[in-house]
Design a protein. Structure first.
Length: 187
């Protein structure tokens, strides 16, 4: 990771690029976030991104905005959080303002409907790739694999709030880290 803190302008433009390129919400932002924040700018590690994304998901609000705010804050304090958030939402604000007036004229057009259908499919592919990348870094042993399978099955079988799964994940992680520590100390 880079020890040099980015300028506020660099934070703004980095997150503005993500704001322009992110279709489909926070999960679709993850591959771009990994490329820009981890690989290109080296502001944090893959593990940090997973933690920031988890925090962004656990807190009220939009995951992408929460994550941008958190990363900006970690880089440059309060102003960094504000600037990163503004960078992320500014392109959406401009694009939505322009598109709203245009789409109202063409909302019944079959070509427009098909274009949005194609965008949805592309977003599904982006999310799938993010899930694959996240799973490679998150499912690291038998307990994490079991938690993943149990969570998936429960999500499919029951209509529980994501907060329940996050709370169970926290307890699960704390329990198994305690078990590992006990084993390590016992040896």
């Amino acid at each position: 990771m880079d020890n040099e803190k980015p300028s506020l302008m660099k934070l703004f433009w980095t997150f503005a690029k993500m704001g322009v390129m992110t279709f489909g919400g926070g999960y679709a932002m993850l591959p771009i976030l990994q490329r820009e924040v981890v690989e290109k700018n080296k502001w944090c590690s893959d593990s940090d991104i997973l933690d920031y994304f988890a925090v962004g998901q656990c807190t009220p609000g939009i995951i992408a905005v929460n994550t941008a705010t958190f990363i900006g804050y970690k880089q440059r304090g309060n102003w960094g959080g504000i600037i990163a958030t503004l960078g992320l939402v500014f392109p959406s604000f401009v694009i939505i303002s322009v598109l709203t007036s245009v789409l109202r004229r063409f909302e019944g057009n079959s070509s427009v409907k098909m274009a949005f259908s194609g965008i949805r499919v592309a977003v599904c592919a982006l999310i799938t790739m993010s899930v694959i990348n996240l799973s490679k870094k998150s499912i690291i042993d038998v307990p994490t694999f079991v938690l993943c399978v149990v969570t998936f099955v429960c999500m499919v079988a029951f209509s529980l709030s994501p907060v329940v799964f996050i709370a169970v994940g926290i307890v699960w992680g704390l329990f198994f880290s305690w078990v590992k520590e006990k084993r390590r100390v016992g040896q």
